[in-house]
Design a protein around this ligand. Sequence first.
Ligand SMILES: C[S@@+](CC[C@H](N)C(=O)[O-])C[C@H]1O[C@@H](n2cnc3c(N)ncnc32)[C@H](O)[C@@H]1O
Length: 208
Amino acid sequence: MRMRNKPWASDFLLAHPKYVQDPSVYKGKWKTHFGYEHVVLEIGSGKGDYWRSMARMNPNVLWIALEKDKNVSAVALKKTEDLENGVWIVNDAANLTDWFEAGELDTIHLNFSDPWPKKGHAKRRLTSETYTTTLLRLLKQGGQIKFKTDNKLLFEYTILQWDSIALKMEEFSVDFRRDEHSEDAITEYEQHFMDLGQVIYRAVWRKV
Ligand SMILES: C[S@@+](CC[C@H](N)C(=O)[O-])C[C@H]1O[C@@H](n2cnc3c(N)ncnc32)[C@H](O)[C@@H]1O
């Protein structure tokens, strides 16, 4: 998600209570420092609607948002003052191992990740080999990766990509919203695609 530069963004983020300026400080200590037994990371949180809704629905879990764009992040945090169990990192997922120990994450969410449709950009997809090795390393044994998208090509690519690694697929749907799923938040972003009549693809894998 790209947004026009907001000159106030950096100062705003620095002053925001939910912004984690240096996540490496918490490496290996996310659970003990923040006092939660379960840690979830959403990669590519955009304007934070999924992060915010899911954190509110699961108050006993620490929800960490990661978003590389500082302008989008500032807009997300402008809507968020009182989220007890949520924190926000502004950085690129390429640096994940600087902030988390192996096995430190219980669940990873990829919710409507950028599809990067051109073949030449495939390495930038969050489900490409570039990121997958790291995601697997940081996920605890038995932890889950939850992936949801409106993009058929990204879905197909991801299913193939993850077929040969140590992940066991546990859920799979080519029309996730066909049934009611009150456990999973529908953001404005997702609602927009649903209103256009597009199906939502979803799969869940467990590290084995
Ligand atoms: C379409 S938005 C997703 C919105 C959000 N997850 C939701 O469901 O409402 C995708 C976001 O992923 C971010 N992103 C893409 N690649 C990233 C990376 N390597 N590291 C961190 N954020 C990334 C983009 O900047 C963009 O804001």
